[in-house]
Write a protein that binds this ligand. Structure first.
Ligand SMILES: O=P(O)(O)OP(=O)(O)OP(=O)(O)OC[C@H]1O[C@@H](n2cnc3c(O)ncnc32)[C@H](O)[C@@H]1O
Length: 177
């Protein structure tokens, strides 16, 4: 894989995700919209991670001059064992054509009413966050994290950490066997 400069393809034009790649990878990605192959509102860890993987593979196929494809996907998961709580989490999949790496961002508790509404098919999280915050396009900005924490954590912050986690096995020689 080419190291310098890193050409990174990102499977979306979403501004919160693009900013996270700039911060986490240190380069401006080539953005390209690709299908995630999972429901618009993932409701399990498996769906969310699969959506990120599909986006990473689809974008590297679409932008073959890139060294690596990144797929960023947000989704919900229910912890039925410990907290009995819905969590929002953000995943980054990195794919260089032969090796896959997955970075998982912060798991953040979501109010039960929101998780239950989504489970019953009540639209997408971004619509609910837009409603609650009286704005539109929250998923391109601070997102649910920003609303719930008064801006102390943003969607970009969480995806930045997931991007760093996903890219580290490609960048650090300590992961080479
Ligand atoms: O433009 P793309 O890349 O598709 O990004 P997205 O925000 O629409 O889509 P995701 O697949 O990442 O997330 C799945 C759904 O959950 C919503 N979502 C996830 N995290 C969110 C957050 O922090 N704030 C608001 N909505 C969020 C999101 O807007 C989608 O409706």
């Amino acid at each position: 894989m080419q190291e310098n400069p890193w050409k990174i393809a990102l499977g979306t034009f979403n501004q919160a995700k693009r900013a996270a790649v700039v911060l986490g990878a240190g380069v401006e990605p080539i953005c390209h919209t690709v299908p995630s192959g999972v429901p618009d509102q993932p409701m399990t860890e498996d769906e969310t991670i699969q959506g990120a993987i599909n986006r990473a593979k689809n974008v590297l196929q679409a932008i073959p001059e890139a060294a690596i494809g990144l797929g960023l996907e947000g989704g919900l998961t229910y912890d039925a064992v410990h907290a009995k709580q819905w969590y929002l989490f953000s995943v980054c999949a990195a794919w260089d054509g032969s090796r896959l790496s997955i970075g998982r961002g912060l798991y953040f508790p979501i109010p039960s009413a929101i998780g239950d509404r989504l489970l019953q098919g009540g639209g997408e999280l971004s619509q609910i966050i837009d409603e609650l915050s009286g704005t539109s396009g929250s998923n391109h900005r601070e997102g649910a994290y920003g609303l719930f924490t008064d801006g102390r954590i943003t969607r970009t912050d969480v995806f930045r950490d997931a991007v760093i986690a996903a890219l580290t096995p490609f960048r650090s020689s300590l992961y080479r066997s």
